[in-house]
Design a protein around this ligand. Structure first.
Ligand code: PLP
Length: 378
């Protein structure tokens, strides 16, 4: 049995999404910028996909701009705030994705911004008093805080953070790559200027995402060239990707409560079984706290094993796909685990679940791990 528990890295494409996409690869291949019927038909489909996404998020269609994924959306949001709004102070957290952190560090290095990184406690909770203090002290700022962390699953209260930002007149960007399609985002209620999303994290295709850019703020273009996306993002549109992403988000929203409940039950089962069967197992950050963590992610620390067996290799040998930290930083020490003072001697495994996982898979994985740990103890 091949088991895939790395859904925070990417999710399998939903078959219905694939079916919605294929006509736009085979039949409707026109360039949406072309004025003839082949182009017009595709342009109409893109605008319909945009409206679908906007309606699900309670946003206006012109607030959704298609990008190549989460990385481009994060980069665009940050560069827009700095270059269009003239913002020179940025506040963020130590456990943002590198799409945010590396962009901000580069701007800092180029003396375009002054960067403040908020303190976090050992489970990874952000110091919101410090956020308020910095906003009071520094005036016009960009706050970039992710909704859920991709390695440990910590959920941040972006409703509250958005309200704080609003009260200080700050620009707020939230990387919602891990939560889009997993939680409802109501953009009439959430005080945010930017959100970043990536379709392959919610059973859509890879290489497509979007940035939500509130109509109150101006987007600065990252790519220069053609006039696509109302001059905001040059380059011929990824039509089948856009169609697939809208379909994937629609499916996600149609079943959001049911899927949340089901996936949370898989996670709870894994937490209970691991705690019962393996001595010394701990859960990183707020990972085991249902109210404070993303239900699709469980970050586990296991005691150092007495054999030379690499834990991830052991799982891979048993046809179980998981990550150590995040897929993008595999091989490097995790900046997220460092930020929460994680014991580097402990092995960390990130299990991440989807609607396609089963209780049998959870049981199989925990039993395999138990075998390994029992064999060490014996
Ligand atoms: N932000 C977060 C929180 C992520 O988890 C990821 C991908 O893992 C990204 C941004 C980047 O998304 P993409 O790889 O689709 O560009």
């Amino acid at each position: 049995m091949k088991i895939y528990l790395d859904n925070a890295a990417t999710t399998p494409l939903d078959k219905q999404v694939f079916e919605a996409m294929t006509p736009y690869l085979l039949e409707y291949f026109g360039n949406p910028s072309s004025l003839h019927q082949h182009g017009r038909l595709v342009k109409k489909a893109i605008e319909s996909a945009r409206s679908t996404i906007a309606t699900l998020l309670n946003a206006a269609p012109n607030e959704i701009i298609f990008t190549s994924g989460g990385t481009e959306a994060d980069n665009t949001a940050i560069l827009s705030a700095v270059r269009s709004q003239g913002i020179q102070r940025v506040i963020t957290t130590p456990f943002e994705h590198h799409a945010v952190l590396h962009t901000l560090k580069l701007l800092e290095k180029n003396n375009e911004i002054k960067l403040d990184i908020l303190d976090v406690d050992s489970p990874g909770n952000i110091d919101l008093q410090q956020l308020q203090l910095l906003l009071e002290l520094h005036g016009p700022s960009l706050v970039s805080i992710m909704h859920a962390n991709n390695e440990i699953g910590n959920l941040n209260n972006i409703e509250l953070i958005g309200d704080i930002c609003k009260s200080y007149g700050a620009v707020f960007h939230s990387d919602t790559v891990q939560t889009m399609g997993h939680y409802r985002h109501d953009l009439q209620k959430l005080n945010t200027h930017f959100l970043a999303a990536s379709a392959h994290k919610f059973h859509g295709p890879k290489g497509i995402g979007f940035i939500y850019c509130n109509n109150d703020i101006k987007l600065s273009r990252l790519l220069h060239g053609g006039g696509q996306e109302r001059q905001l993002r040059a380059g011929t549109e990824n039509i089948h990707g856009i169609i697939g992403m809208a379909k994937a988000l629609e499916i996600a929203y149609n079943n959001i409560d049911e899927h949340q409940q089901y996936i949370q039950s898989l996670k709870d089962r894994m937490i209970a079984k691991l705690s019962n069967q393996i001595e010394g197992v701990t859960f990183n950050g707020n990972s085991a706290n249902a109210a404070k963590s993303l239900y699709t992610v469980l970050s586990v620390s296991l005691p150092q094993n007495a054999t030379d067996q690499d834990l991830l290799q052991f799982l891979d040998n048993n046809q179980i796909s998981v990550s150590g930290g995040s897929a993008c930083s595999s091989g490097n020490a995790s900046h997220v685990l460092k930020a929460i003072g994680h014991d580097p001697l402990k092995d960390t495994v990130r299990f991440s679940f989807s609607k396609f996982n089963t209780t049998n898979e959870i049981d199989f994985v925990v039993d395999k791990l138990t075998e390994l740990y029992n064999s060490i103890a014996a």
